[in-house]
Design a protein around this ligand. Structure first.
Ligand code: HEC
Length: 138
């Protein structure tokens, strides 16, 4: 009598154990998948992707030479999209409206107010090429 009761309890426990383990495993995998799996593939997209597009847009009308000059000498302070990285006065997005070509080329050659002069680092042709391009930024 006693034996048969305890056997039936044991069987019931066994029957419950499997579904409970399955539930725990599937819950765990949902947590892992949603917690760690999702952010990494998407994370690079909004930043990496857009930056490239904006740089390309800002470089519209710039020759290969001007692009590489700008990237080498100017981008660190004036930014990927000419937005300016070291204060509002370093935004060059409308510089052609604000300054004449003479003023732009003078600024590049002599610098001033926190900007180094490039008169000795760049040739007059390089400065002229940068100036012509920046003058179109209006
Ligand atoms: C070390 C940082 C730095 C670098 C590198 C730099 N600039 Fe500047 N630039 C500045 C700062 C700061 C100003 C703002 C000066 C001011 O307050 O009038 C400025 C101003 C200018 C202006 C005048 C903007 C205006 O509206 O008055 C032009 C044009 C310009 N930079 C072009 C260039 C070009 C082209 C290069 C690359 C050959 C370059 N800059 C590299 C820091 C920099």
């Amino acid at each position: 009598m006693d034996k048969s009761i305890s056997t039936s309890i044991r069987t019931t426990r066994k029957k419950l154990l499997l579904p409970m383990t399955m539930t725990a495993v599937s819950l765990l995998s949902i947590v892992i998948l949603s917690g760690c799996g999702n952010p990494s593939p998407n994370a690079a997209e909004p930043f990496g992707g857009n930056k490239t597009a904006n740089t390309a847009e800002a470089m519209v009308g710039a020759s290969e030479q001007v692009q590489s000059l700008y990237k080498q000498s100017c981008l660190s302070c004036h930014g990927n999209t000419l937005e300016g990285r070291v204060g509002p006065k370093t935004n060059l997005q409308q510089v052609g409206e604000r300054l004449s070509k003479e003023q732009i080329s003078k600024q590049i050659a002599s610098g001033g107010n926190g900007m180094p002069g490039f008169g000795t680092k760049l040739t007059p042709e390089e400065i002229a090429a940068l100036t012509d391009w920046l003058a179109t930024k209006q």
